[in-house]
Design a binder for this molecule. Structure first.
Ligand SMILES: NC(=O)c1ccc[n+]([C@@H]2O[C@H](COP(=O)([O-])OP(=O)(O)OC[C@H]3O[C@@H](n4cnc5c(N)ncnc54)[C@H](O)[C@@H]3O)[C@@H](O)[C@H]2O)c1
Ligand SMILES: O=C(O)C[C@H](O)C(=O)O
Ligand SMILES: [Mg+2]
Length: 553
C-alpha cells in the first residue's frame, strides 16, 4: 500500500493486493485450462496458443514470466525456444502485436550510431544478433527471424541468470530472398533482395561499431546466419571483440560433449575418440563447426599427425578432394582418393552407401533435411563397428530432424544412443525398457559461454574457452547415466549446468590472460579464485526473478 501511495496508484487498482505466489498460481491455472481447452486440436494450433499466453505474460510482467519459465523450463522451453519458436518466426508478421528488441535495416545506414541510443536500458550485457537468413532448418525468414534472438535471450535469462533489463535481441534486416515473404502484404521487413558483398558487410560493421560505442563490454552472439556470412563474420570479428557464433561454436561444443559420451557409453577410454568413425551429414556452419572442434580434440589426444576417421557429406553426397569448386572450409575434411578406395567409395557417394561401407560409430546429421536418415540408412547402422552405435539427428525444428527416435530405435536397434536437436519423448521399447532421447542442442552451452565471457570481462572468446565449456558439459554426466545412454543432463538442471560451464569458461579466460574483470571484480581477484569459488561467484551473479521494493521506506 505504501508503494501505491508513493507512486500515485491508489484508486487505479482494485483494493486487494495479490501476492507473487497467487499471481503465479493464477497464471499456471490459466495455462492448464488452455491445455484442457485445446486438447485434440492440431499441434501447431496448440503450440501457438501456448506461445501467445506466455508472450502476453512476457509483455505484462517480466518477473513473473521468468519465474514460471525457470520453474517449468522443461515444459516451456519447447514453446519459447525450439521447436515452437520456428513456427512463430514463420508466422511472425501475422502474430506481431508489439515490438521486442531492435531492428537495424539497410535503410538505417549512417544512422546506427545514434539509433543505438534509442534503446531505453542504460546497460546491455548480452546481445543476440541475426540477419534471418537461415532460421533453424526453415531457410530465409527475413525480419521474421527476430523470434530466434528473443528465444535465445529468454534462455540466457532463465539458464544464465542474465538480468532481462540487460539483454538485447537484434534483427539486422538487409532484405530477404524469400519470394513468399516479399509478396506477403503483412510482411514487416524490407521488401528487397538481400544485400551482398561489401554492401552487406558494411551494414554489419556499422552495427557492431555502434554497439561497442555504447556498450564496449557487451557479449555478442551471432545466430542463424547463412553459412558464408556465419564464417566470414566470425573470422572478421572474433579477435576484435567478445563475440561468438552459436551455430558454429556452441553447437560444436555440445556435439563434442555428446560424442565423448558415446565413447564412454561403449565402455572405451576417452582417448579412443581418435579412433571413432564419424559420418557427418551437412557441411554448413554447424557440421563444419563440429568437425573442426572434433579435429582439435583428436589432435590433442593423438598428436597433430593424427588421422581422424571423419566422413563429410553435403547435398551432393560424400565430399572428396575430387569435388569441383569445393568450399575451402570443407577441404580439411574432404577424403583423398586413397583413403576411400579400399572401402569402394567415391566422390558424391550417397548416404546409405557411405553408412553401409564405413560402418561408422556415429552418424550425425546437421543438414536441415527432415527424414534423410530413412529406413535403409538406419538399418545399415546395425552393422556399425560400435557396440553402441550413435545416431544424432540434430537438425531443427522437429520436422527437419534427420529421423525421429521411434524410427531410430526400431530400425537401428535398441543398443543405439540417440540424440536430436529438438525435444522428442523417450521411446518405450517394450519389456519395461526405455530408449532414452537426448536433446543435443546448443542451449546446453551458449548461456554458459556468454555468462563466463561476460563475468570474466574477456577481450575475446578463444578456442580454449570453448573447449573448456565442452569438457565441462561432458564431465557433468556420471558413468551410470552414460551407460544408460544419457549423454546430457536434464534441462531441469540447466541453471546449474550453466553456472558450471560459465565458471569453466571464466577460468579458461583467466588462464589465458584474456580476462579483464567485470563490474567491481577485477582480473586479479578472478585469478585468485579457486574452482569452487569461481562457481560460487558465477552463481552469485545470476539474476533471479523476485519482486524488489519500488519504494524504500
Ligand atoms: N541441435 C543444434 O544445436 C543445432 C545447432 C545448429 C544448427 N542446427 C541445425 O542444423 C541444420 C543445419 O544448420 P547449418 O547452419 O549448418 O545450415 P547450412 O545451411 O549452413 O548447412 C546445411 C548443409 O546441409 C547440406 N545438405 C542439404 N541437403 C542435404 C542432403 N539431402 N543430404 C546431405 N546434406 C545436405 C547442405 O549442402 C549444407 O552443407 C539446421 O536445421 C539447424 O537447425 C542444430
Ligand atoms: O536454435 C536452436 O534450437 C539450435 C540451433 O541454434 C539451430 O539453429 O537450430
Ligand atoms: Mg541457431
Amino acid at each position: 500500500m505504501t508503494e501505491r501511495d508513493r507512486l500515485g496508484l491508489r484508486g487505479l487498482l482494485p483494493p486487494r493486493v495479490i501476492s507473487f505466489e497467487q499471481q503465479y498460481d493464477r497464471f499456471m491455472e490459466a495455462f492448464r485450462s488452455l491445455e484442457r481447452n485445446t486438447e485434440g486440436q492440431p499441434d501447431s494450433v496448440v503450440s501457438l496458443a501456448k506461445w501467445r499466453i506466455l508472450n502476453r505474460l512476457h509483455d505484462r510482467n517480466e518477473t513473473l514470466y521468468y519465474r514460471v519459465l525457470i520453474d517449468n523450463i522443461k515444459n516451456f522451453a519447447p514453446i519459447i525456444y525450439t521447436p515452437t519458436v520456428g513456427l512463430v518466426c514463420q508466422n511472425y508478421s501475422g502474430l506481431f502485436r508489439r515490438p521486442r528488441g531492435m531492428y537495424f535495416s539497410a535503410k538505417d545506414k549512417g544512422e546506427m550510431m545514434s539509433m543505438i541510443f534509442n534503446w531505453p536500458s542504460s546497460q546491455v550485457d548480452m546481445i543476440v544478433l541475426t540477419d534471418g537468413s537461415r532460421i533453424l532448418g526453415l531457410g530465409d525468414l527475413g525480419v521474421q527471424g527476430i523470434g530466434i534472438p528473443i528465444g535465445k535471450l529468454d534462455m540466457y535469462v532463465a539458464a544464465a541468470g542474465i538480468n532481462p533489463q540487460r539483454v538485447l535481441p537484434v534483427m539486422l534486416d538487409v532484405g530477404t530472398n524469400n519470394q513468399k515473404l516479399l509478396e506477403d502484404p503483412l510482411y514487416l521487413g524490407l521488401r528487397q533482395p538481400r544485400l551482398e558483398g561489401e554492401e552487406y558487410l558494411s551494414i554489419v560493421d556499422e552495427f557492431v561499431d555502434a554497439v561497442h560505442a555504447r556498450w564496449p563490454k557487451a557479449v555478442v552472439q551471432f545466430e542463424d546466419f547463412q553459412a558464408k556470412w556465419a564464417f566470414e563474420t566470425l573470422d572478421r570479428y572474433r579477435k576484435k571483440f567478445c563475440m561468438f557464433n552459436d551455430d558454429i561454436q556452441g553447437t560444436a561444443g555440445v556435439a563434442l560433449a555428446g560424442l565423448f559420451g558415446t565413447v564412454r557409453a561403449q565402455g572405451r577410454p576417452l582417448t579412443d575418440f581418435a579412433n571413432q568413425k564419424i559420418v557427418v551429414v551437412g557441411a554448413g556452419s554447424a557440421g563444419l563447426g563440429v568437425l573442426k572442434m572434433a579435429l582439435q580434440a583428436v589432435s590433442r589426444m593423438a598428436g597433430p599427425s593424427a588421422d581422424p576417421h571423419f566422413f563429410l557429406l553435403d547435398k551432393n553426397g560424400l565430399i572428396t578432394k575430387d569435388r569441383k569448386d569445393i568450399d575451402p572450409a570443407a577441404l580439411p575434411f574432404a577424403k583423398a582418393h586413397h583413403e576411400i578406395e579400399e572401402l569402394g567409395l567415391h566422390e558424391g557417394a550417397g548416404l546409405a552407401e557411405v553408412v553401409k561401407k564405413v560402418k561408422p560409430h556415429v552418424l550425425l546429421g546437421l543438414s536441415g533435411v527432415g527424414g534423410i536418415f530413412h529406413e535403409e540408412v538406419l538399418r545399415a547402422m546395425r552393422e556399425s563397428d560400435s557396440v553402441r552405435p550413435a545416431i544424432f539427428a540434430m537438425s531443427n525444428p522437429t520436422n527437419n530432424a534427420e529421423c525421429c527416435p521411434v524410427d531410430a530405435f526400431k530400425h537401428a536397434g535398441e543398443d543405439i544412443v540417440f540424440a536430436s536437436g529438438s525435444p522428442f519423448a523417450n521411446v518405450d521399447l517394450g519389456n519395461g525398457k526405455i530408449g532414452h532421447v537426448n536433446q543435443a542442442n546448443n542451449m546446453y552451452l551458449f548461456p554458459g559461454i556468454g555468462l563466463g565471457a561476460l563475468l570474466s570481462g574477456a577481450r575475446n572468446i578463444s578456442d580454449t574457452m570453448l573447449e573448456a565449456a565442452a569438457e565441462c558439459l561432458a564431465s557433468y554426466m556420471s558413468d551410470d547415466e552414460i551407460k544408460r545412454g544419457i549423454l546430457y543432463p536434464s534441462i531441469d538442471d540447466i541453471r546449474d549446468i550453466t553456472a558450471e560451464v560459465g565458471a569453466a569458461v571464466l577460468r579458461a579466460a583467466v588462464a589465458e590472460d584474456l580476462a579483464e574483470g567485470h563490474g567491481d571484480v577485477g582480473a586479479k581477484e578472478l585469478q585468485h579464485m579457486s574452482k569452487e569459488e569461481t562457481i560460487e561467484h558465477v552463481r552469485q551473479n545470476m539474476w533471479y526473478p523476485v519482486y524488489g521494493p519500488l519504494v524504500h521506506e
